[in-house]
Design a protein around this ligand. Structure first.
Ligand SMILES: [Zn+2]
Length: 121
């Protein structure tokens, strides 16, 4: 398995890959952080978007500088998650080094970037 396609034990290639091209070029350091976050969170984490090819990113209206394009972003489903659990997830994400954090109605986006940034969709 090539290093670039490496996923961690709590996540499948299927949920992380680009749905259009099936490429899964997640960043290794990012994936280590994500697994550490998952272990500490200790609840199911469903990824609704991971790696994106430029074509797919464009199709879903992603930013042209989206961290999804470089395998350093995931969207995590918050469907059915209590407000307290969602808050815990966001708090832990920041503590584990995810410094781009956004909230949408049914998911949270977390990424790694140069400077801290939070926003809503
Ligand atoms: Zn996202």
């Amino acid at each position: 398995m090539s290093k670039k396609n490496y996923v961690r034990r709590s996540f499948s290639k299927k949920e992380l890959q680009c749905p259009l091209t099936k490429k899964c070029e997640m960043n290794d350091v990012f994936m280590d952080k994500l697994q550490a976050l998952r272990d500490e969170f200790d609840h199911p984490m469903i990824i609704t978007s991971g790696f994106r090819s430029p074509e797919h990113n464009k199709a879903v209206g992603g930013s042209k500088n989206s961290r999804h394009l470089v395998g350093e972003a995931v969207d995590i489903s918050t469907k059915g998650m209590s407000a307290i659990r969602k808050h815990k997830l966001l708090e832990l994400a920041f503590a584990f080094g995810f410094n781009g954090i956004a909230q949408a109605k049914t998911y949270v986006h977390i990424d790694t970037r140069k400077t801290n940034s939070t926003w809503t969709y």
